[in-house]
Design a protein around this ligand. Sequence first.
Ligand SMILES: [Cu+2]
Length: 106
Amino acid sequence: MQPGRLRLMIAALAFGAIAVPAQAATVRIVMENLVISPAEASAKVGDTIELVNKDVLTHTATARNGDFDVMMPPKKTATYVLEKPGSVDYYCRFHPNMKATLKIEP
Ligand SMILES: [Cu+2]
């Protein structure tokens, strides 16, 4: 590779790092032994929540305000992209003792 080409590539990479806005993050929430952890998680609008169900039972992540209702079959992972800000309490419809809060910043 010619030195000039390499310099161009480095310049392109450096520019890319500045021009690209903060990447949307993935927030992992695990359901295991009928417990949601973490019980309180923070995320931003546009982030993906990754819901990992390690139990042999089906769980849901059901927002009390109706913003989302994600079904998780046993031993599966479901994802959901957060669309609205707010502090959302959610629970499992099948096991209402499973509760957690998700703080979604704009
Ligand atoms: Cu459940």
